[in-house]
Design a protein. Sequence first.
Length: 329
Amino acid sequence: MELRQIGTALAEVQRGGKICIISDRNVASLYMDICRESLEEAGYGVWEYVLPPGEASKNGTNYLRILEYLAAVPFTRSDGIVALGGGMVGDLAGFAAATYMRGINVYQVPTTLLAAVDSSVGGKTAIDLPSGKNLAGAFHQPKLVLQDSRLLNTLPSDVYREGMAEVIKYGMIHDRKLFKRLENPTEVRNSLDEVIETCVGIKKEYVEADEFDRGLRHKLNFGHTLGHAMEQAEGYRLSHGDAVAKGMYWITRISAEQGWCSRETLAALEQLLRKYDFNLTLPENREEIYRILCSDKKRQGDTIRMVIPEEVGRCAIREFHIREVKDLL
Ligand SMILES: NC(=O)c1ccc[n+]([C@@H]2O[C@H](COP(=O)([O-])OP(=O)(O)OC[C@H]3O[C@@H](n4cnc5c(N)ncnc54)[C@H](O)[C@@H]3O)[C@@H](O)[C@H]2O)c1
């Protein structure tokens, strides 16, 4: 569906009332008008809240400002929020929607590849705290996700690449055929709708089986445990997608060294990640990565849970004692 049809699409899930479109400056300059006009034509009262772009905006201050903004209008429980943007906007707007008046509807309009295949689906919302990423959040399913892959045509190439890390993740954990397909980047770019649909299908399967992330859904975190620790150790100068790519590569390299997967599996992943120009170097500050991995937030008692690749298209969840993690790193 196209963004200019959002008014019609919303009419199915919210009858009249107000909509607050939350976006960042880059996305708003490209798509705010189309979104606003479509909603106004459908009879909604439309408000806009625009944030500076970048992960630094996904913080507690902006979260409270949004709540105050909604309260000042005022928004009621029958009004809704459109999250128009990438994962940063989706997570922050989603968390505001989850908590404003104990929950109002959120409608996700992903504008990055990462948001299209991952963050807009599944209902995880969050903000970052000074002591770590996504430390305050809630599960809050969007009432609607409007996928319009044309919006991705304006993505800077780095941001597109970062989204590919999550696409490669789906191939590695679940879908050998998808993994093979990704070996041709031009074909992927030309059939993005199908690729997004495949990824969203996989994500839905895991989320439906384990909405609150108590078991199976954890497999979606392949590459993320190490990746998040690297992101934080680098003070978030490393993007989420680049960190996930490094995380997937290094956990697979460790797995190949330990005999949990074959050298061929590692070689296939490395080749694919390099095809999309990912830098796979491990950040220098390994002690800091280890410290973050072992911080209370990442641990269950004395163990850390990580997703281990078994072969392309198959993975397993494994618990490690923290001493073992130090040796592995
Ligand atoms: N909730 C979840 O399940 C989940 C899953 C994965 C990641 N995340 C979160 O997602 C965030 C990362 O999301 P992201 O990679 O989409 O980054 P982002 O939202 O910060 O967007 C990256 C950049 O692209 C720009 N941009 C977005 N859409 C554009 C477009 N169509 N054209 C031109 N520029 C555009 C943005 O302005 C920004 O500068 C992180 O905070 C991460 O924690 C959440």
